[in-house]
Design a protein around this ligand. Structure first.
Ligand SMILES: C[S@@+](CC[C@H](N)C(=O)[O-])C[C@H]1O[C@@H](n2cnc3c(N)ncnc32)[C@H](O)[C@@H]1O
Length: 324
């Protein structure tokens, strides 16, 4: 356990080196393909104050090159932990207002759990033990707590969880990899993940099996990821993002690497069929697959997600899974 920003605590698994704790800067959200320069924030100012002498350590990202190549479980986890630690501040500055401190938003379309009820009716959440995976600043967990649920917010990035501490809330924060959940079998009634972990791991079945293990019989896991069709298009919000530029069937990961060829950011592509097979092979029933449509009220861009592309192509896939 390590002290967090506001005297709260973040439980870390496995026990780790405290010198690793984060930085600030670089671009956007889940990385674009090919790389785009992130937008300047129009929302909130940087939030966690660092000492004067603090080294942001962002040169890794500013000198990295984008490519498609293989990246295994360990390399992907190490790269993404570093990337999210370095970029958590930027992510929360850029997207914190859209996400809200205590809303449950499934993706850039703005689908809200209040209307979607993918975890069930809000009144049925009371007293439910819920694991949020890839929780970031814990916005969804905070909404769940407000419904009377008992959430636990887990993330690979200590810096993201420091933002959860900054915003506040009285639920546990756990710093761990979703591929090795530090919980006993059957600990939770529900699990959820809004773009957390699954887009970033080399072996999604490791995560799905872990989630199944920690769920009680009848438990539900709902997770959102980038809609697989997006991998065939350039990750651009404008018209240039509407022409197919690579094969939908090419599962080669998107990797950013430093000058030594070490991955500093990784995203993994699975086709829709792959995702369905992953869910079923991991012991879940697929109850629903939601492709949120872009609503008229949402005029915001989020990286390559935009009203233009959203009106023509799905941008998010939400999988609703149950274990027997
Ligand atoms: C796109 S952010 C989403 C955060 C939050 N759910 C939201 O909607 O803002 C992805 C999050 O997944 C976390 N993540 C990536 N790989 C992970 C892993 N293997 N285990 C747990 N969390 C992971 C990142 O640290 C990051 O906070």
């Amino acid at each position: 356990m390590r002290e967090g920003a506001h005297g709260g605590r973040i439980a870390a698994y496995p026990a780790e080196d405290s010198s690793r704790v984060a930085t600030r800067r670089p671009p956007g959200p889940f990385r674009d393909r090919p790389r785009r320069v992130g937008r300047k924030s129009t929302t909130r100012e940087p939030i966690i104050q660092e000492p004067e002498s603090y080294d942001p350590g962002n040169t890794v990202d500013s000198t990295s090159e984008a490519t498609r190549r293989d990246a295994g479980v360990t390399e992907s986890a190490r790269a993404n932990r570093g990337w999210w630690d370095r970029n958590a501040d930027e992510y929360q500055v850029e997207h914190g207002t859209f996400l809200g401190d205590d809303r449950f938003v499934w993706g850039p379309e703005g689908l809200d759990e209040v209307e979607a009820e993918l975890l069930g009716p809000p009144e049925a959440l009371k007293d439910k033990e819920v694991l949020e995976i890839g929780a970031g600043a814990g916005q969804c967990a905070r909404w769940l707590a407000a419904q009377g649920a008992r959430p636990v917010a887990l993330d690979l990035s200590h810096r993201q969880l420091q933002h959860a501490l900054r915003i506040g809330g009285s639920f546990p924060l756990v710093c761990a990899d979703a591929s090795a959940l530090p919980f006993a079998d059957g600990s939770f009634d529900l699990a959820c993940s809004a773009y957390g972990a699954l887009p970033f791991v080399a072996d999604p079945r490791l995560v799905l099996r872990e989630v199944r293990r920690v769920l009680r019989p009848g438990g539900r896991f709902v997770f959102s990821v980038t809609h697989p069709i997006r991998w065939a298009f350039p990750d651009e919000p404008g018209p240039e993002g509407l022409s197919v530029s690579s094969s939908y069937f090419d599962r080669t990961p998107y990797v950013e690497q430093d000058e030594q060829g070490r991955a500093v950011y990784v995203e993994h592509h699975r086709t829709l069929g792959d995702r369905v097979r992953d869910v079923v092979a991991s012991g879940f029933r697929l109850v629903d697959l939601v492709e949120p449509e872009w609503p008229a009220w949402n005029t915001s861009e989020w990286g390559g997600w935009s009203p233009l592309r959203g009106s023509l192509l799905p941008g998010t896939a939400v999988f609703v899974c149950e274990r027997d």
